[in-house]
Design a protein around this ligand. Structure first.
Ligand SMILES: [Zn+2]
Ligand SMILES: [Zn+2]
Length: 369
């Protein structure tokens, strides 16, 4: 048993409150991590607002980084004292996990959103009763989290000089945007890439587009400050939303877009991007929409142009392989994601959420301990 402090979510109408609670000891295959930093991602907001239905009250947080304090029986990949990044959880045995595609685990909901261990047991209790935990197999808005061997990634020795608190967002938002470009769409050099929405995911896609050698790289957003950052990170062109987007994009890419990546989930923008795809163009989607939202494409255009529309989760990342690759890009200066981050004290979690939602801060990170 470990006494922890955890930010408890009671839903959209209530602020997070930091409360003392008790975390169980690591069981077989589990890893107890002292959390150093925890990024705030859109899915935390979606869970708080029940757009992603999770049981409440719950400890959210799914971009944790920290130091291993203890391991349960059978854990061999990490040991106490190791610096780790926490990522999404997966079963390890279903067909997609067997194909090294754990983001599409058949049991993704059970492992990431059920609020308990996959076997139904609970790990966190507070004086008020049992708290739901294991959000993305971690619940890292807390001083300590119980993860599993499968969803911790050891920080390579080469990154010992990088502040550990910065690395948590690699576990979700950053690998989502970068992986969409480098893994899912496998963007080729010299081809046109459009990125819609210049938040943490979109800007990670811009940086990855530059790594892949895409050109032009076009970023679209409503906010001028985000477009400025997109240019700094590799966008060759930026277009501020609100005007005649189609005309602006046709002007930049008269032959059409080879790759379009939407992070907004806005149907009108997705359909607009589809209409601008070049033959064999790929449209990748990561933005979450309303549950009833539908998309409309012309069948002849999709078929005749050999186009592809793909849903993407976590950038098709196999985290134990891809996160170390992103860290190497970061160390080499090709993935300067620290420019997206602003750090907040753990106690200021409500202010950090507000800054993330207003768009003033692209990637808020809580400095937990
Ligand atoms: Zn699985
Ligand atoms: Zn996330």
């Amino acid at each position: 048993m470990t006494t922890i402090r955890a930010a408890v979510c009671y839903g959209a109408q209530s602020p997070f409150t930091i409360e003392e609670a008790t975390l169980g000891a690591p069981r077989a295959g589990e890893v107890l991590v002292r959390i150093v930093g925890a990024g705030i991602c859109h899915t935390d907001m979606a869970a708080r607002d029940q757009q992603v239905p999770v049981p409440l009250p719950m400890v959210l947080g799914h971009e944790g980084s920290g130091v291993v304090e203890a391991v349960g029986p059978g854990v061999t990949e990490v040991a106490p004292g190791d610096a780790v990044i926490l990522t999404f959880a997966s079963c390890g045995t279903c067909p997609n996990c067997s194909d090294d595609a754990p983001a599409y685990c058949y049991q993704f909901g059970l492992y990431n959103f059920s609020g308990m261990r996959p076997d139904g047991s609970k790990a966190v209790t507070s004086p008020a009763g049992v708290l739901h935990s294991h959000f993305f197999g971690q619940s890292s808005f807390a001083t300590h989290a119980l993860a599993s061997e499968r969803n911790v990634v050891k920080v390579p020795a080469s990154a010992a000089h990088v502040p550990l608190a910065l690395l948590g967002p690699l576990g979700c938002g950053l690998q989502t945007g970068a992986g969409a470009v480098l893994n899912s769409m496998a963007v080729k050099a010299g081809r046109a890439l459009l990125v819609i929405g210049a938040g943490a995911v979109g800007l990670s896609a811009v940086m990855a587009g530059k790594i892949a050698g895409a050109t032009p790289i076009i970023a679209v957003d409503l906010h001028e400050n985000r477009l400025d950052l997109a240019r700094e990170l590799g966008a060759t062109h930026t277009v501020q939303g609100g005007g005649d987007l189609v005309a602006a994009l046709r002007d930049i890419c008269p032959d059409g877009l080879n790759y379009a990546f939407d992070t907004t989930g806005i149907a009108a923008l997705i359909e607009l991007a589809f209409g601008l795809l070049a033959p064999r163009g790929i449209l990748g989607l990561v933005g979450a929409s309303d549950h009833e939202a539908m998309l409309h494409f012309n069948e002849l255009s999709l078929m005749g142009g050999g186009k592809r529309v793909m849903g993407i989760l976590e950038g098709d990342s196999d985290p134990k392989v891809f996160i170390p690759q992103l860290i190497e890009h970061h160390i080499a200066g090709r993935f300067p994601f620290e420019k997206l981050v602003e750090t907040f004290a753990f106690e200021d979690i409500n202010a950090a959420f507000a800054c993330g939602e207003s768009g003033r801060v692209i990637k808020p990170v809580l400095a937990v301990s």
